[in-house]
Design a protein around this ligand. Structure first.
Ligand code: ATP
Ligand code: MG
Length: 499
């Protein structure tokens, strides 16, 4: 018996005092708590009132006999183990008692050792039963915990202000929450269980989620966020992720919908404000610039060098401001989606050659070489607004020149890749720290460090480039390493004729 387990309570029911006392001695020494009764009724009384685990029961007693006592103990159903004590000649009694539910028997007269063995077996059985019960209790509890945990998670998902949808690995919807139903304008009672298309109208989004569900995007970084433009000025930001199992297998997808209508509206107000202010500033600034130019031209002979320098600086500054305002207006137009200007057939390689010729002087001033690598493919013509193309590559090549040291090298490579024309603008300049990579396309963002400090700019070039590339249905990517150089890659689909 283990020390920390409570002692076992044993009741000895025997009419012979010497046997009662003898048994008590043996059992007490085994660490049991012993109570005694000389008659069946007395014993039953004790069992009724106290906690008894084992009963040592003499079969032959005056009054109600052992078999009857056994029967009544069994009826009480307290899980008591009864060991009956039978005479030599009464094997049948023993068998009968076992049939009635006795746990074991000892023939009379018995040795203390015999008693110890039988009682020890009963004690072991009690411990085993207790252990099993405890285990079962624990298991029941963890199941209950699990149940409350599940209902908690369920409640959280149910009340989440964001829309949530979960699919299995075949693109079948297994969970949707009320916000999702609401955002998507589905019937309030809509249940999961059907294919994606039954819940989401947008075909491209369905395809994306279906691809994620089937494990096509295990690399989270590649998963595009999606914007749903619903009727009534409602914008939903859709973000999806695969749900991965223990060994990295894809179990399905989880989709999160967020209402960004308010943010969108705010952004639009801001853009409109910027557009309005820029527009208001442009004409007076242009006037100032022209007047400064006039004054400078008129007074060229009778003006001191110092004054001339001051006026020239002022003229340069206004020119810079006009250019910034031009950028801001461009950006506003791109953002508002009305950039359709003059759509023409553009021969991209020829066009890029023109831009390079134009920027040659700027590169020369920094002793840089500007190279257009031999074009091996025959590049198909595209239909696009030449100003957009000019702006895209003008900005990228100007950046390459600006952010490359004296004597550096800038290479432009044009090729045909599938349905896209690919233009790579590479330099061996300062490079961009990975932590700024996703910021450089933001409006007004400029990397500030020792190398770039003295280079002027507004941080509007790349957002304009990105906006224009998007409007052409194209794609822009950047790779860079600090101190080694930067490559911007632009893909423009040949079938571009949108703008
Ligand atoms: P502007 O509006 O006059 O173009 P800008 O050149 O600073 O100003 P972006 O063209 O948007 O603005 O570029 C943003 C930032 O990205 C730059 O300030 C620069 O730090 C970084 N950058 C862009 N191109 C390169 C490049 N080729 N090499 C290194 N850094 C670059
Ligand atoms: Mg720039």
């Amino acid at each position: 018996m283990e020390n920390n387990t409570p002692p076992i309570d044993i009741l000895v029911i025997d009419d012979e005092k010497s046997l009662r006392d003898g048994a008590e001695r043996v059992l007490s020494r085994m660490g049991c708590r012993v109570s005694k009764a000389s008659r069946g009724v007395e014993g039953l009384d004790i069992i009724e009132k106290e906690n008894v685990s084992i009963v040592l029961l003499d079969m032959k007693m005056p009054g109600i006999d052992g078999m009857e006592v056994l029967r009544r103990i069994m009826i009480m159903d307290k899980g008591i183990l009864v060991i009956v004590i039978t005479g030599y000649a009464t094997v049948e009694t023993a068998i009968e008692a076992m049939k009635q539910g006795a746990y074991d028997f000892i023939p009379k007269p018995y040795e203390p050792d015999q008693l110890r063995i039988v009682v020890n077996r009963a004690i072991d059985k009690i411990h085993l039963t207790k252990d099993a019960e405890k285990l079962e209790r624990e298991q029941r509890r963890t199941l209950a915990d699990l149940h409350t945990e599940q209902s908690r998670v369920h409640a959280i998902i149910e009340y989440l202000p964001n829309g949530v949808m979960v699919t299995d690995d075949k693109g079948v919807v297994v969970l949707i929450n009320p916000s999702f139903i609401d955002y998507m304008g589905l019937d309030p009672g809509t249940e999961p269980g059907k294919k994606l298309e039954n819940y989401i109208e947008d075909k491209d989004l369905c395809k994306l989620i279906s691809d994620i569900s089937r494990g096509r995007y295990v690399d989270f970084d590649d998963i595009p966020t999606y914007e749903l433009d619903l009727t009534g000025g409602k914008f939903l930001l859709v973000r999806s992720r695969p749900v991965l199992g223990e060994i990295g297998e894809c179990l399905g997808a989880v989709v999160n919908l967020m209402d960004v209508s308010a943010l969108k509206a705010l952004d639009q107000v801001k853009s409109e404000f910027v557009a309005k202010v820029s527009h208001e500033l442009r004409s007076p600034l242009s006037t100032i610039h022209e007047q400064l130019a006039l004054v400078l031209a008129d007074m060229v002979d009778n003006i001191s060098d110092n004054d001339q320098h001051i006026l020239s600086r002022a003229k340069e500054k206004t020119k810079g401001m006009i250019s910034t305002i031009g950028d801001l207006l461009d950006l506003s137009r791109i953002e508002a989606g009305n950039i359709a200007k003059e759509i023409k057939v553009v021969c991209l390689d020829e066009f890029i050659k023109g831009i390079l010729d134009f920027l040659e002087a700027k590169a020369k001033a920094k002793n840089q070489t500007l190279i257009l690598e031999p074009i091996e493919d025959s590049i198909p013509e595209i239909t696009a607004d030449p100003m957009s193309i000019e702006s895209i590559f003008g900005n990228l090549i100007t950046n390459a020149i600006n952010y490359t040291q004296e004597g550096g090298e800038i290479k432009v490579n044009v090729s045909l890749v599938g349905i896209n024309i690919r233009v790579k603008v590479s330099d061996n300049g300062f490079g961009i720290d990975p932590k700024y990579m996703d910021k450089i396309f933001d409006r007004f963002y400029r990397v500030k460090n020792d190398k770039t400090r003295f280079i002027t700019g507004t941080g509007l070039g790349l957002p304009i480039v990105k906006g224009l590339v998007d409007s052409l249905g194209g794609y822009i990517d950047v790779e860079s390493e600090v101190g080694i150089g930067t490559t911007f890659t632009v893909l423009i689909p040949v079938k571009t004729s949108r703008r």
